[in-house]
Ligand binder design. Structure first.
Ligand code: SF4
Length: 365
């Protein structure tokens, strides 16, 4: 970066290099919702050479939550004395027949919190209530939930439980690579998740599937630099897992955070919206902490519902469709009146495309 006066000048250089060096059509998936937003906000997609196609992936934790899991959360919120504590983005996500917001307006116990610790405080201040923390998120957010659990266990707080809908990123990337419908040449890997995981758990992408993988930061200049790394791997036929986001990510990630996750959680197969069941891609509480597991405390059986509407979120999350290729985009489905979770969440692809007016892929410099 030293020879360049500023990021703008460096970005221009990177873009020029991309135009010079991207001589094969290449499809790269940004796995993380924060990258999708950064790309949309900076208008990067439209500045890139036609040969580079960026597609969004299953990187928004709210969007990938399956209908059946939402239905379960809604059923829990309807239980007497239960308060379901959740992040604001989850409120308007439609389940098969309702949403948490609709349930709240009908009197169900739903409360917006900003962290698992807020839910813990809510439980300790309201011993007559059962506070369930609805835990969504990828590897990045799990350590904070583990910290809250540890505190609840140490304090013997028995009215605090966790509904773990956490998802793990490497298994879903493998599921996408195994899907014959999905065509991906390279991944722009989530920087935040990789601060925990490092680069090691992604080696299979290059070694077994021969695809490139670059772990990237969240500024436009980071993404451009990552794309140039991908293009160079591609030209040299040298698929590898590389770290562009060196200021935050080490090859071995954060072993302390990972050990903390493993202390409380164990991987299980779970369903992803639009993708289906993915082996080892979810986390549940270990047997010894069953008392703090909402699914074991309140063993409810919820009948499977039928999805409403014809939302294309599943195809968007797999990169098979761009948001504006959904017939409802911007018409029946807008951030004010969302039909699917990809338009609800601030990190959802549809919301990002809508907010920043993205309509096409590729363009002139
Ligand atoms: S535009 Fe709306 S209905 Fe279409 S895929 Fe996106 S969220 Fe679903």
């Amino acid at each position: 970066m030293r020879p360049y006066k500023n990021k703008k000048e460096y970005s221009r250089y990177l873009l020029e290099r991309l135009y010079q060096e991207a001589d094969y059509p290449l499809t790269a998936m940004e796995v993380c919702g924060t990258h999708t937003v950064a790309i949309a906000r900076s208008g990067l997609r439209e500045l890139l050479p036609e040969k580079i196609r960026l597609i969004s992936g299953p990187g928004c934790p709210v969007c990938v939550t399956d209908d059946a899991d939402l239905d379960y959360a809604i059923a829990l919120a309807r239980e007497k004395k239960v308060v379901l504590a959740t992040f604001g983005d989850m409120m308007r996500v439609p389940g098969t027949t309702s949403s948490l917001q609709e349930e709240k307006s009908r009197g169900a116990g739903v409360r917006i919190v900003y962290s698992p610790t807020d839910a813990l405080v809510l439980a300790s201040e309201n011993p007559h209530l059962e506070v369930v923390f609805l835990a969504v998120g990828f590897e990045t957010t799990v350590p904070a939930v583990a910290v809250a659990l540890e505190e609840a266990i140490q304090r013997g707080l028995k009215n605090f439980t966790v509904l773990s809908l956490h998802k793990l990123v490497p298994p879903v990337m493998e599921a996408l690579l195994e899907d014959p419908e999905v065509k991906i040449d390279a991944f722009i890997n989530p920087g935040h998740v990789c601060t925990i995981l490092g680069s090691e758990p992604f080696q299979f992408v290059a070694e077994r599937y021969g695809k490139s993988c670059v772990i990237t930061g969240f500024e436009a200049v980071d993404i451009l630099e990552a794309l140039l790394m991908i293009v160079r791997q591609y030209r040299e036929n040298r698929p590898a897992v590389e770290i562009q986001y060196r200021r935050a990510v080490r090859p071995d990630g954060n072993p302390v955070a990972r050990a903390f996750i493993e202390k409380y959680f164990i991987p299980v197969p779970v369903r992803w919206r639009g993708i289906g069941e993915v082996p080892g891609s979810g986390l549940v509480l270990r047997e010894e902490y069953a008392e703090w597991d909402a699914t074991r405390r309140f063993s409810l059986s919820v009948a499977p519902g039928k999805r409403r509407g014809n939302c294309a979120c599943g195809e968007v999350l797999k990169g098979l469709k761009l948001p504006y290729e959904c017939p409802l985009f911007g018409k029946a489905c807008t951030p004010v009146k969302p039909v699917g979770p990809c338009m609800v969440s601030t990190e959802g692809s549809c919301a990002a495309y809508y907010r920043y007016g993205e309509r096409k892929v590729g363009g002139a410099i």
